[in-house]
Design a protein around this ligand. Structure first.
Ligand code: BGC
Ligand code: ZN
Length: 367
């Protein structure tokens, strides 16, 4: 079968290769599920892997099949699989357990180990290929009503985990009735976080660089949130106008914005950081002011990465709700389809210079 792979460590090595179709019995205990890949989304992580800033091959291989935002249909199941059947639509989670206590209890997204195993990213092959096999426990069944929109589930799971962490942490307040949320960043994750927070009934202000009118601003407004361009209104001025923010979800990809957000968080508030910042950027920050604000305001800042399968399940529910409450909205996120695995050069081009691209994705097969 065809697969899209890189040679980790070698910049610009993305290529199409021939690999064997994986066998069901590669998964022990009869728990194997063979999945035919239908659609795969790509994001900045895939670009960074191709730039050799990130990513490692599975032990014994000198290549890594990329792609971690999966959507497929079950073809065949092992004898110990009762919850999935051929014809079911599924999305696979990304991280696999390592050795820490958290990994052992199924919370590999909370691993304390430095090494982590992520399909399509680190030490495990991904989903940009024709078929993959997986343990039934790492597959999430998606409602047929969602159809091919389910390719948005993996990025949605990241938003769900961030929001769930915020609510979990805020149980410290006994009663937490958040009213106003801010989302910094209006890319795919920022938009999905805006959607998740709107579905929780919050008033949401979403910040992006670009001045409206443009598609991302329209999408924010289409679900009843407010879009603010930080070129027109800086974060602190907007916070004075539209805050105080009980929760801020940071999804710009910039560590500098994270500290800007810390400065404007409301009292008793929680700031959720999701940007994976691989560089070594340094910025000057008003350290006394931020620290004082956190101390006197009982504020929390939390980092979050990856997602537990619960967050995929909650994500599937919210995506279905989204199709009902905001019809047509998710379709508008899927801006740049690429036809077939053969289209990988175009995929890469869109990922690097795609003007106005929200979600670039590969149509691997019909079905
Ligand atoms: C993926 C996450 C992953 C993170 C770090 C993101 O692009 O969506 O699942 O944990 O990268 O590798
Ligand atoms: Zn990702």
């Amino acid at each position: 079968m065809k697969a899209l792979a890189v040679h980790p460590g070698k910049p610009g090595s993305l290529h199409l290769r021939e690999v064997p179709v994986p066998a069901l019995d590669q998964i022990p205990g009869g728990r194997g599920v063979l999945v035919k890949v239908l659609r795969v989304g790509v994001d900045g992580t895939d670009r960074e892997i191709n730039d050799a800033l990130y990513g490692a091959p599975p032990p014994g291989d000198d290549f890594l099949i990329i792609g971690h935002e999966s959507f497929g249909v079950v073809q065949e199941v092992g004898p110990a699989v009762r919850t999935l059947a051929p014809g079911d639509y599924v999305v696979a989670t990304v991280r696999r357990p390592g050795g820490s206590f958290y990994d052992h209890i199924g919370f590999q997204d909370m691993t304390t180990e430095d090494v982590y195993y992520e399909r399509g990213i680190n030490l495990r092959h991904g989903y940009l290929c024709e078929y993959f096999v997986e343990d039934r426990d790492y597959l999430v069944r998606v409602p047929p009503a969602l159809g091919r929109l389910a390719v948005l589930l993996e990025p949605t799971s990241i938003a769900e985990k961030g929001v769930a962490q915020a609510y979990e942490i805020q149980r410290r307040l006994r009663i937490w009735r958040p009213r106003r949320a801010a989302v910094t960043g209006a890319g795919t994750l920022g938009l999905l976080a805006t959607m998740v927070l709107r579905l929780r009934g919050l008033e949401v202000t979403t910040f992006g660089l670009q001045e409206p009118p443009h598609r991302n601003a329209e999408l924010v407004e289409a679900i009843g949130a407010r879009y603010v361009s930080t070129r027109q209104t800086p974060l602190d001025r907007a916070a004075a106008e539209h805050g105080p923010f009980d929760v801020i979800f940071e999804a710009t990809g910039s560590s500098a914005v994270a500290f800007g957000a810390a400065e404007v968080l409301g009292k008793n508030g929680v700031l959720v950081l999701t940007s994976v910042t691989g560089g070594d950027k340094r910025v000057e920050i008003p350290a006394d002011r931020i620290n004082l604000g956190f101390v006197l305001g009982n504020k929390v800042m939390v980092g979050t990465v990856n997602a537990h399968r619960d967050h995929f399940e909650r994500g599937a529910e919210d995506l279905v709700r989204c199709t009902v409450e905001y019809p047509g909205w998710l379709e508008r996120l899927l801006t740049h389809p690429v036809k077939g695995l053969d289209g990988y050069a175009e995929m890469l081009h869109l990922l690097t210079n795609g003007k106005g691209a929200i979600k670039v994705f590969v149509e691997v097969a019909e079905g």
